[in-house]
Design a protein around this ligand. Structure first.
Ligand SMILES: N[C@@H](CCC(=O)N[C@@H](CS)C(=O)NCC(=O)O)C(=O)O
Length: 205
């Protein structure tokens, strides 16, 4: 059975468990405490970088990095197009998420919602928020006049970007100015098989 080393508060973990639920793949979810559980020698054997999520296969193979996990799970399913350009576009949004979206939207949420106040982080917040709003604007532009990020149906790119966008308000981002983005969030949440970020259960074999 697949095992997902995960944290319920993590959007990076959520992307993976969300796709696992959509695919109805049996998996065991293992909660790892951020800041402590990720720093143990046992966890370093799963991911030397000390970060969740990590997907562990029945043969013991481990795969860290949320978007690599999405690619692995989505391969051969409707969540990853087979056509060359459509597939590249899905990857484009997933790479963009890791460089321009997650480091601003997710990081601000983590600082504001999960960590104690810190003067150094306070100093960096305005710039992070500015870059986060820029990323939300890029998404709004892409979603204006279309239902999904790539093609005519939902893909791994939509789940990837949904994960931290739908909780951006926890970092103080106002989604009011982004109507196409808000409509898309509602579409993703209405997909059959959807589970909320706090859904802790795996899927039994
Ligand atoms: N690029 C990685 C980032 C993973 C990441 O930053 N994970 C965080 C939680 S969201 C983590 O495990 N941090 C270690 C800790 O806080 O102890 C991915 O997409 O999976």
């Amino acid at each position: 059975m697949l095992r997902l080393h995960d944290s319920l508060v993590s959007g990076n973990g959520y992307k993976c468990r969300l796709l696992l639920h959509h695919l109805r793949l049996p998996f065991e979810r293992i909660e790892v405490a951020l800041g402590t559980g990720t720093g143990t020698p046992a966890f370093a054997r799963l991911n030397p970088e000390g970060r969740i999520p990590v997907l562990e296969l029945p043969d013991g193979t481990t795969l860290p990095e949320s978007n690599a996990i999405l690619c692995f799970l989505a391969e051969g399913t409707r969540w990853m197009p087979a056509e060359r350009m459509a597939r590249a576009q899905v990857l484009r949004w997933m790479f963009w998420e890791q460089y321009s979206h997650e480091p601003n939207i997710a990081t601000v949420r983590h600082w504001v919602a999960h960590l104690p106040p810190d003067p150094e982080r306070e100093r960096m917040l305005p710039r992070k928020r500015e870059l986060g709003r820029k990323a939300l604007g890029v998404l709004e532009g892409q979603l204006a006049g279309r239902s999904w990020l790539v093609g005519e149906g939902p893909t791994a790119a939509d789940l990837c970007l949904y994960a931290y966008t739908h909780v951006a308000h926890e970092g103080g981002f106002d989604l009011g100015p982004y109507p196409a983005l808000r409509a898309w969030l509602a579409r993703v949440a209405a997909l059959p098989g959807h589970v909320p970020i706090e859904h802790a259960a795996g899927i039994p074999a």
